[in-house]
Design a protein around this ligand. Structure first.
Ligand code: IPD
Length: 280
């Protein structure tokens, strides 16, 4: 079985360790403020601001307000940096470091009253798509769960101060597998077919509704593998670094980089097994 090598095609370092540490600290502070705003707005109810790809794909006023807070805080400290945000698009394209922001990942959970949502903030270098960027910093903060995950490239992944390590191998009892389903009904049959294909190696399936937290939970050893088709760059940027810094790999279906075509993540043995099954 060929084992995926993971994100080894980009290894140059943009930004000194000190510059990255300053941005990591800012990302942690911003995530705390953004999470507090999300919680405060949720306590007052949910105001729908619109729809995106389909009626199921909603934007709330909180998504917009939280992204605005995050953008303003980044620009106040690092006006030369790029920003790619779910709600506000791209700013300063071509900057050497770009912040990739999902203000509320798991918007449907947020609107429905589930705690499984997160502020996801990454800093990447080398481009503004997962195919060509290198994740430098990742912060995933779940305010309703009181958990904040963080990583700087080369420095390990943490839940608070606790260092994270991904699970090894394939468990004898079967793997706890997380996945997700996009908002486009046309893709659901394919998504379900892939779930059926991985069932022979599954202990059980989880569909929790926030990709950044699926990746963070994988980094924390709570899951064995996670795969999903149709993810956007901001869904995966921060969480992918958590996984690689916890010792895992994050790949696509036909190359060593994830994209909206597919993301598969876990330890290399687990990922190879899932890739074999879903590629059949
Ligand atoms: C969504 C969540 C969900 C995943 C969707 C994403 P959003 O992000 O991460 O788990 O299945 O594909 O779009 O829209 O809540 O930011």
């Amino acid at each position: 079985m060929t084992q995926p090598k993971g994100n080894d095609n980009l290894s140059r370092r943009v930004g000194s360790p000190a510059e990255l540490t300053r941005r990591r600290d800012l990302a942690l502070n911003i995530a705390a403020e953004a999470g507090a705003l999300a919680l405060e707005m949720r306590a007052k109810g949910v105001a729908l601001a619109g729809h995106k790809s389909s009626l199921a794909d909603i934007v709330t006023e909180a998504d917009q307000a939280v992204e605005e807070l995050i953008r303003n805080r980044i620009l106040a400290e690092f006006p030369e940096d790029g920003i790619l945000g779910e709600e506000g698009g791209v700013l300063n394209d071509g900057a050497s470091l770009c912040w990739v922001v999902d203000p509320i990942d798991g918007t449907v959970n947020y609107a429905s009253g589930f705690a499984q949502y997160a502020v996801s903030i990454a800093v990447v270098s080398g481009g503004i798509t997962p195919l060509d960027w290198q994740e430098e910093i990742g912060v995933v903060s779940a305010p309703a769960l009181g958990e904040t995950f963080s990583a700087v490239r080369g420095g390990g992944a943490y839940l608070g101060r606790q260092r994270l390590t991904i699970n090894e191998g394939i468990p004898d009892a079967g793997a706890l597998i997380a996945t997700g389903f996009g908002y486009d009904p046309a893709t659901h049959a394919g998504d379900l077919a892939r779930v059926k294909r991985v069932m022979p190696i599954a202990r059980d399936i989880r569909r929790m509704g926030a990709a950044s937290l699926d990746l963070a939970n994988l980094a924390a050893g709570r899951l064995d593998v996670y795969f999903e088709r149709g993810l956007q760059p901001w869904d995966m940027a921060a969480g992918a670094l958590l996984v690689t810094e916890a010792g895992g790999v994050v790949v696509g279906i036909d190359c060593n980089r994830p994209s909206n075509k597919m993301l598969v993540s876990g330890n290399a043995t687990m990922v190879a097994a899932v890739l074999n099954l879903i590629s059949e």
